[in-house]
Design a protein around this ligand. Sequence first.
Ligand code: ADP
Ligand code: MG
Length: 261
Amino acid sequence: MKKSKHAVETTNLSISWGAINVLDQLNFELNEGEKLAIVGPSGSGKSTILKILAGLILPTEGELRIFGEKQKYLRLDQNSPPDVRLVFQNPALLGSLTVEENVGFLLKRNKNLTKKLIHEIVSECLAEVGLFNVENKLPNELSGGMQKRVSFARALITDQTLNTNTKPLLLFDEPTAGLDPIASSRIEDLINKTNNKAKGSSIVVSHVLSTIERTSDKVLMLYGGKFRWAGSIDEFKESNDPYVFQFRHGKLDGPMQPKDI
Ligand code: ADP
Ligand code: MG
């Protein structure tokens, strides 16, 4: 894989559903090791960006490079797809598989790994997220919060025999939506822990201020298909930009209006 300091680089990335340009010629870069928050109101296209980065949907136009490698679509066309891990808003575990099978799913492809070794790697990742002795349980035997932790453990799984020195790109979609402030803090800690453990780059999509502020170095504000503001997390806290101000204070008046969505 070509060396690049950019984990992500997009050129005029666009996607339309029918006549609506949900993402309209977006250009952005994420340096390796950096932590980015993409923020914006509901329906602005945040999840769509993550799905494109994860190779789940195709842009209508534009170019995407991940770790310097131009992405062909979908990932199945690629010999060495990049290590991109998307943590969905809901845990998205496979209901008929045990926790161990869910978390160790990727490792099973590798015939060189013994069952015992997979079990050890999975248990280690589960311990990282504070889960013990749940390997043989089915997802519906766990609480919602525990299921969420399992989905984080799944994002931590690395097959060291294959990816000798890949640093993953971690994507988190609304990780704390609908959680109380204490549960949110725990998830935010978990995001930071997952980032540190994986030694990767990350993009968190969120409209929860504490999550944005606690998990990111820089912020992009998406609205009406375009990035309206970009800056560091400290600038985001202080900015008087009309988009940032309206978003942070939940104001009804401002540049973002329902008719535009
Ligand atoms: P966000 O995550 O910021 O809330 P989304 O990325 O989910 O926004 O969606 C952005 C817009 O694209 C919304 O208006 C949504 O209705 C539309 N959209 C998303 N997926 C599809 C699809 N598969 N078909 C048609 N419209 C879609
Ligand atoms: Mg979304």
